[in-house]
Design a protein around this ligand. Structure first.
Ligand code: AMP
Ligand code: ZN
Length: 110
């Protein structure tokens, strides 16, 4: 069943979005409107609205998101050149999709 959260639907494989990495906790896919040559989104399967809504029990999810971001940076070849990891938080922080996600942005030309 599709629900009204896009990233829930993507994480359940209910859209045509190409999933680059998946495990029990999260999925990784390319941002549809990239801000840099590399722009990936690391998205937990659990629906969490934003950083503000993280519970103490969610700490392992957050840790895994960052560790997988590290691994994906290596996979796409930006570990050494460098990259940004970014959470936009709520409307004033630029968040437009209200399902927690971590942006991995990099690959700029030297
Ligand atoms: P944020 O502003 O932090 O909420 O970021 C949401 C991001 O999701 C934006 O960078 C969008 O380009 C991206 N986005 C929106 N729809 C899709 C989609 N269907 N597939 C991949 N990325 C998307
Ligand atoms: Zn969701």
């Amino acid at each position: 069943m599709l629900n009204d959260c896009l990233f829930c639907n993507i994480s359940k494989g209910q859209t045509a979005t190409e999933i680059l990495f998946e495990n029990d906790t999260l999925v990784v896919f390319k941002d549809i409107n990239p801000h840099a040559p590399v722009h990936l989104l690391i998205v937990p399967k659990k629906h969490i609205r934003s950083i503000n809504d993280l519970m103490d029990d969610d700490q392992p999810i957050l840790a895994e998101m960052i560790m997988i971001a590290r691994d994906m940076a290596a996979t796409v070849g930006v570990s050494q050149s460098g990259y940004k990891l970014l959470f936009n938080v709520e409307k004033g922080g630029g968040q437009v999709i209200f399902h927690l996600h971590l942006h991995l942005i990099g690959g700029w030309k030297k």
